[in-house]
Design a protein around this ligand. Sequence first.
Ligand SMILES: [Fe+2]
Length: 360
Amino acid sequence: MAARVRSEIIVRHSLGGGRISLSQDVYTALVRRLGRRYAEQRLRIEQDHEAQVFGQGINFFHFENWYSSPWLIRNTLRLAGLYRRGLENAKRVELLKHEFALARLPKAFDGLTILHISDMHVDMNPGAMQSLMELVATLDYDICVLTGDYRGKTTGPFEATLDGLARIRRYLDDPVYAVLGNHDTIRMVPGLEDLGIRVLVNECETLSRGDQELHLAGIDDAHYFRAENIEKVAGEIPTGAFSVLLSHTPEIYRQAASADFDLLLAGHTHGGQICLPGSIPITLDSVLPRRMGSGAWGYGSMAGYTSAGVGSSIVPVRFNCPPTITLHTLHCRSQSVGPVAQPDGEEHAREHDLAGAEQN
Ligand SMILES: [Fe+2]
C-alpha cells in the first residue's frame, strides 16, 4: 500500500476555506470508507490544527509538536551522559500479563485473550520494533488491538510508518483492530486496512461465540484532534450488553464509564517514558488521575488499562519505564463482588504537574 501511495500524483483538494494535499486514491478511499462528510470534516480538522503547539486538544501545551523539543531532550541527556543508556532501554520490549475479572462478560468469552500494543511510533523506533516482532511471534491470543500512534512525528509523511507496520503485521495473528492516535493522520486509514488491520473510526464490531456477543468499539483520537464520538459507538451497543472501548487516550474515562462500557483499553501516556526512580512520571501529557497513567485501574464499574507503549516519541529513549506490550485475559466475575473501584476525583495529572503549573 505504501508503495502505491508514493507512486500517485499528489492532488490538492479544496476543503471549505482551506486546501490539503493528499493522493486522489487516498481521498477516494477515505470517502468510500468513511463517507464524504466525515472524511472531509476530519481532513479539515487536521489541516487547521496540524502540529499546533499551544491550545488545541485536551492539553494546552503539546510538547510533541514543539520542533525544538527533540534537540532539547537529546542534548540534555548527552550532557548528563545518559543518552546512550536511554536509547538501549527503549529497545528492550517487555511482555506484561494481566487478568481482568469482569461482571458482565458472557461465559462464552471467559478466558478470551487480547494482545494489546500501543504507541509503536514505528518509523522512529527500529530497535524496539525488531524486539516487538521477535516477542509477538512467540505469543498465542484470540484478538490483537492497537491503541494508536503508529507514526513517529505528529505531521508529515506516513509511508515509512506503513512500510514498517507491514513488516510487523506479518507477525500478528488475525483479527487485528486499531484506533488512531494523536500522531496519526486519517490519511493512514486506507493503508492500515490494506494491511488487514480493521480501524475503528467511531465504529463498533460485534464478536460472537455461539449465541453470545462481545461488542468492541473504537473511537477516533480524543486527545488532540478531538474527533471522538462515544455517543455514536455506545448507541450501536444493545443496553446492558458487554462492551470494550478502544481509545488512544484514557482521558475520556468519565465519558466511557457514563456510556456504560465495561472495559477501556488505551495508551498515549507512554507511562511517562522518562521517569524518575520508582517509575514516577515527570509528565503524562494528559489530563487524568495519575493512577491511570500506566497499567490497570478502575473507574466506577468500568475497568481500564493504560499501556505504557512499545515505542517512544520525540526522542527514542526511556528511563525507569520500559517499553511494554500486554497480554490481557478476560474472566467472568461474580455480580456480587461490586464495582471495580471508586473514582478518586481530584487527583489529576497535568502537564508539568511536578512543577505545580496548572495549564488549563
Ligand atoms: Fe504515543
